[in-house]
Design a protein around this ligand. Structure first.
Ligand code: NOJ
Length: 721
């Protein structure tokens, strides 16, 4: 259908039909849905009429070729103008083949594999009838109390932007009409949802515009620059105005400044939440505010359908704005090819062939191994195949390995840790006991674990958080492992056997009571469908750990938020002339996190030498290059993430102590040396000034090169104009 036809179609639509297009409802509302019987409850509550359902524009959460085809067919029979539905779903880190959670994917520092994971998710979703995924989530995160940090790639704006682009490329490719392969992406949550006060979900966000632009906005912008088709609003307020009713964010910034012309959808129920936020007296005011601010589609509340017509008839809302919003939705349907084939990629045969295929699972295993971060190792890892192993802990045989946001993944299909270990060693060498549940234990459980451990050469602990302890509405104030698991570690420690802890969790934890009690710690996050295989590969050295943290692990909860790109303060603790007391510090703990951004160990070692700058003066049109030789000084092939940071020594406003400006993941054979080259140009030194202008300043800079944000060498240079 041509553009011209879309405007003809728009003009044929009645006002009611247009407003219904702007409403998104969940699957059970629709005829043809297998769970349609459940509609009475929500239908009654929302006050949605059959008429609205027949004319609504999109469905939330439907999937499966058969189901989506049935729904579309039933819909087209009843929709007067034959406008197809858009099927949107949360395909966050895989459809049925579940990859590690996004925070873990971030720790891979591997953009190609991240893109590949999104492409596989898109393929599986597309043949199952899904058109749009509510991903990537690119909220910058600094507070591990917030349960949704597992959905983000971490605390750095540059790295998050690179991952945002990789995910969008993976989902959308260059051609959305490739209907068995691609789905449209929806970047979320616009904006700054990750900065919820105290890490409590849905809580207040307040920050300067400079802070917002410098740290929080870049990743959303990067996703849009990559062509991301949709944007979802956030639940939080920003500068006193809920994001979902925030004209400055949506009309002024997103539409006018960034020229975004795709579809903007509210988060679930967020339009009606303008009432409890206290900025709308009723649903009518909520509809007015959200719509005027720029929300095209209202997800799962009825403010638009109940009040849209009245708002226009009373001249409170301009119908031209409604037309614009509807046209954007029709255009997306057209781009996806739905007017030509409303069933698009949905295909039962392909679904059987592609979904959860062995090649997809293989990719999941690879990414899971590359996403785990080795935090400590006194030499006990990798394990030797002749050792007898006592696998102990709530995750030893648990299937809770997919994380809280794997909507279509089946836990039963995930490879358990015990099964992964059995692939490596015989059953006579492996004992498996729980020792504790996630939150509780008993003396009997501990005794059983102690007995198993007595007969083993090494104890492998599979510990962590239940997946419901993170994710949406999964904030925690105490981010240690539950006491039951700490008690288990303590009891086993008395045996004085080597202990390896493997952690399954959705956030950086306070690891006191774990790191100090064990010989090795592997942060495996929620590794996904291939969890057991990937973890066993790592424990036995068939994969060499190469993950590096993208979110700092606090020394203690009292430090939070703690992040690498902080400011120096006027009284830095480590200044040469620092006083003993009157400096910026805690009296009882260090300022530094337990494990910093960029940190992770390998089974081999790397050395850095011969850092060379092509020039120590950088000019506007004359970038400089920095080269470093990286050598594998150990005995196993391994991958190192070489990191480049920069500090602007004296800015017009304060500048971070370090900012990540480049990285490269290199693979090195034992004894091999590779030269890594980074280019730095003037544009990379720009930042937001006090008047919000984005520019660089001449003067002194320091480049830092190293394996993480802490252990770096410093190389001064100047910017001249
Ligand atoms: C609420 C979540 O905040 C959002 O991330 C998700 O996409 C929607 N629900 C739809 O399920």
């Amino acid at each position: 259908m041509s553009d011209q036809n879309l405007s003809t179609l728009l003009h044929e639509m009645t006002l009611d039909e247009k407003i219904a297009q702007l409403t998104q409802l969940a699957t059970p509302f629709f005829k043809g849905a297998s769970d349609q019987g459940q509609i009475t409850g929500p239908m009654a509550e929302l006050g949605i009429t059959e008429d609205v359902v027949q004319n609504s524009g999109s469905v939330l959460g439907a999937s499966g070729a058969k189901v989506t085809k049935n729904i579309q067919q039933a819909h087209l029979k009843e929709n007067r103008l034959g406008i197809p539905l858009l099927f949107m779903s949360d395909i966050i880190h895989g459809y049925k083949t579940i990859f590690p959670v996004p925070l873990a994917i971030g720790c891979s520092w591997d953009l190609d594999l991240a893109e590949q994971s999104a492409a596989i998710a898109a393929k599986e979703a597309a043949v199952s009838g899904v058109h749009v995924t509510f991903s990537p989530m690119v909220d910058l995160v600094r507070d591990p109390r917030w349960g949704r940090v597992m959905e983000s790639t971490g605390e750095d704006p540059f790295l998050n932007s690179e991952f945002a682009r990789a995910f969008v490329r993976g989902y959308q490719g260059d051609d959305l009409s490739n209907d068995h392969v691609r789905v449209a992406a929806c970047v979320k949550h616009f904006a700054a949802y990750g900065a919820a006060e105290g890490g409590r979900d849905y809580n207040t966000v307040d920050m300067s515009e400079r802070q917002l632009r410098e740290y929080y906005l870049p990743a959303y912008k990067a996703a849009l620059d990559e062509g991301c088709e949709m944007v979802m609003t956030a639940f939080n307020i920003l500068d006193g105005i809920p994001a979902t009713g925030n004209k400055k964010l949506m009309r002024d910034l997103l539409r006018d400044e960034w020229n975004f012309d795709g579809v903007l959808i509210s988060d679930w129920g967020a339009v009606k939440e303008l009432i409890p936020h206290g900025v709308a007296a009723d649903e009518k005011e909520a509809a007015h505010q959200a719509f005027s601010a720029g929300v095209d589609i209202e997800m799962m509340t009825p403010c638009y359908v109940h009040n849209g017509k009245a708002l226009i008839e009373e001249n409170i809302l301009d119908e031209a704005l409604v037309d614009e919003a509807v046209l954007r939705i029709l255009e997306l349907k057209q781009k996806l090819g739905l007017f030509d084939n409303p069933y698009r990629g949905a295909d039962e045969e392909l679904e059987k062939e592609i979904v959860f295929s062995s090649s997809h699972r293989h990719a999941a295993r690879e990414l899971a191994a590359k996403s785990s971060v080795l935090l400590k190792n006194d030499g006990i890892l990798p394990l030797k195949k002749e050792q007898n192993v006592a696998l102990i802990g709530p995750f030893a045989e648990h299937d809770d390995l997919l994380g809280p946001w794997s909507w279509k993944g089946s836990k039963e299909d995930a490879v358990k840790i015990s099964v992964g270990l059995l692939e490596k060693i015989g059953s006579a060498q492996l004992s498996v006991t729980k020792g504790s549940d996630v939150k509780t234990t008993s003396q009997a459980q501990i005794d059983e674990a102690m007995e198993a451990a007595e007969n083993a050469d090494v104890i492998v602990l599979a510990l962590g958080e239940h997946s419901e302890m993170s994710g949406e509405a999964g904030s925690r104030a105490d981010i240690r492992l539950p006491q039951a698991q700490l008690d288990l570690i303590k009891a086993l420690k008395s045996l004085e056997k080597p202990m390896v802890a493997v952690l399954f969790n959705g956030r950086p934890l306070d690891l006191h009571g774990v790191v100090d009690q064990t010989n090795a710690v592997l942060e495996a996050w929620y590794p996904g469908s291939e969890a057991g295989s990937a973890v066993a590969d790592l424990l036995y050295g068939d994969s060499n750990p190469s993950g590096r943290l993208t979110m700092s692990f606090p020394y203690s909860i009292g430090q939070v938020p703690v992040y690498y790109n902080h400011y120096n303060t006027g009284r830095p603790k480590d200044a040469p002339d620092a006083q003993v007391r009157y400096v910026s510090q805690y009296l009882d703990i260090p300022n530094e996190p337990l494990f910093p951004f960029g940190f992770g160990l390998s089974y081999t070692t790397f050395s850095y030498s011969d850092v060379t700058l092509s020039d120590n003066v950088l000019k506007e049109d004359e970038p400089i290059t920095l080269t470093v030789d990286v050598t594998n000084t150990g005995e196993m092939k391994g991958e190192e993430v070489v990191q480049l940071y920069v500090r602007d020594v004296a800015g017009e406003v304060v500048r971070p102590m370090k900012e990540l400006k480049g990285f490269e993941k290199v693979s090195l054979e034992p004894g091999e040396t590779k030269q890594v080259t980074f280019t730095l140009n003037e544009e990379q030194l720009r930042y937001y000034h006090s008047d919000l202008s984005f520019k660089s300043d001449t003067g002194e800079f320091i480049a830092y090169i190293g394996p993480n944000s802490r252990d770096v060498s410093a190389h001064p240079f100047k910017l001249e104009k």
